[in-house]
Ligand binder design. Structure first.
Ligand SMILES: Cc1cc2nc3c(=O)[nH]c(=O)nc-3n(C[C@H](O)[C@H](O)[C@H](O)COP(=O)(O)OP(=O)(O)OC[C@H]3O[C@@H](n4cnc5c(N)ncnc54)[C@H](O)[C@@H]3O)c2cc1C
Length: 388
């Protein structure tokens, strides 16, 4: 929609959308509230980008978060983590604004129109749809990724780009829950772990601090989702949780000792329940192999070591990432080396432009993924339009 709006300033634009309405994915963003960008300075967006941050310099500086806010003309609010939402908490307001701009620009919106094929014939493109064929001078591919396919992003654009000679960097799930081999997660489904550090080692090293959520099959929540984007190309993944990241080994050991001194006749389970979410305490003792019924005065030095090591390095056994369909975004896509970052035009096919998640670009949560779509859409629209 953003690309169509910009292109319509001096070109006749047809927007082909296979769904019965525009912006089906946009509608479910931010749990229906649409975290459409972030209030950080645009220079601070780059560390939030997982793949190819430098490709986005032109796009972000040509159409920044502030430009987007001004453009949409919607009352907005800033929440935790500088996330920007419409004041109304309604993603439908963003969609309505974009659709209205399209109409104002005279964009010929054709809903229920699925693109089936795209070819270049001489200087023109030939587009095959379920409603007949079209020819045009320029094409902007903005078909999204392959996540949440029921919203329409089924990955068709990758095939079109590939047939026109583009390289597709292998697709991976991103911002997706982690599936673990640990069966205990079934019993703790829904338990939220706050102020923990999730650590991954393997092809690299990552440590993320914040909140994780235990699911039936593994781990979700902010730090698990973010971690998935960082490790989705690793071959080897070793995971652990630091349940007490504020204390180092020695301070934690000292603090446990003090606790034990005051509770000599209590069971270790009772003491650990005061240190951990209650539901986790029993599982924790099971995993670190300390008898939960043992009295504190019977604990050996070895038991205490197991407790301290368990609290600092609680082992998680990684099985896989959840499926690409369940990711918030798709990692991989059209190789950015084959696209001009200042125009979004293909370096291989003149007149072909790209925008959004179809490109090999993805970011962490916080409104950055939509800003990628808006900024690249803006550049593609601006640069694809015929001179007025
Ligand atoms: C649950 C969820 C929540 C999210 N929340 C946020 C958030 O709060 N903030 C944020 O920044 N990001 C969020 N994202 C990510 C963000 O929504 C996407 O990165 C963004 O929508 C990508 O925009 P796009 O225009 O590239 O693709 P899309 O929004 O996927 O749009 C692509 C469009 O192309 C159409 N299309 C595809 N193939 C064809 C075809 N062959 N013919 C015709 N039409 C076709 C599709 O129907 C679709 O309408 C969220 C994603 C999900 C799944």
């Amino acid at each position: 929609m953003m690309a169509a709006i910009q292109a319509s300033k001096s070109s006749q634009v047809v927007l082909l959308e296979q769904n019965e309405k525009l912006g089906k994915k946009l509608y479910i963003t931010g749990k229906g509230r649409c975290n459409f960008t972030n209030n950080k300075d645009i220079s601070e967006f780059f560390p939030e980008l997982v793949r190819n941050p430098s490709f986005l310099y032109s796009a972000f500086y040509s159409f920044s978060n502030l430009d987007l806010v001004n453009f949409l003309q919607l009352p907005y609010k800033v929440e935790r983590g500088d996330r920007i939402f419409p004041q109304s908490d309604k993603s439908s307001d963003v969609i309505r604004a974009l659709e209205a701009f399209c109409q104002k620009g005279g964009v010929d919106i054709r809903k229920n129109t699925k693109v089936l094929g795209l070819e270049k014939e001489g200087d023109q493109f030939s587009i095959e749809t379920n409603k007949g064929n079209l020819t045009c001078d320029r094409v902007i591919l903005a078909t999204g990724g392959r996540s949440y396919p029921r919203t329409g992003s089924q990955g068709d654009g990758y095939d079109f780009a590939k047939k026109l000679g583009h390289t597709i960097i292998p697709l991976k799930p991103a911002l997706v829950p982690l599936i673990l081999k640990d069966s205990w997660t079934q019993d703790l489904e829904g338990l939220s772990l706050r102020n923990v550090a999730l650590k991954a080692q393997g092809d690299g090293k990552e440590e993320l601090f914040g909140e994780a959520l235990i699911t039936k099959t593994g781990l979700s929540g902010p730090i698990a989702l973010s971690l998935s984007s960082k490790i989705n190309r690793w071959k080897k993944v070793d995971l652990s949780l630091d349940l007490k990241p504020a204390l180092d080994f020695q301070s934690l050991d000292q603090s446990l000792l003090r606790d034990f001194d005051q509770n000599k006749n209590k069971e270790v389970l009772t003491v650990m329940k005061s240190r951990l979410p209650q539901a986790l305490a029993e599982v924790f003792l099971n995993v670190v192999q300390v008898d939960s019924r043992k009295k504190i005065h019977d604990l050996t030095r070895e038991d205490r070591d197991k407790l301290v090591h368990g609290l600092k390095n609680f082992p998680l056994h990684f099985k896989a990432l959840d499926s690409i369909e369940r990711g918030i975004v798709t990692s991989g896509g059209v190789d950015t080396l084959e696209v001009d970052p200042s125009t979004m035009e293909s370096k291989l096919v003149k007149g072909l432009y790209f925008s959004g998640e179809l490109l090999d670009l993805d970011a962490l949560t916080g409104g950055f993924n939509l800003q990628i779509a808006f900024s690249t859409g803006y550049l593609a629209g601006e640069n694809s339009r015929l001179e007025s």
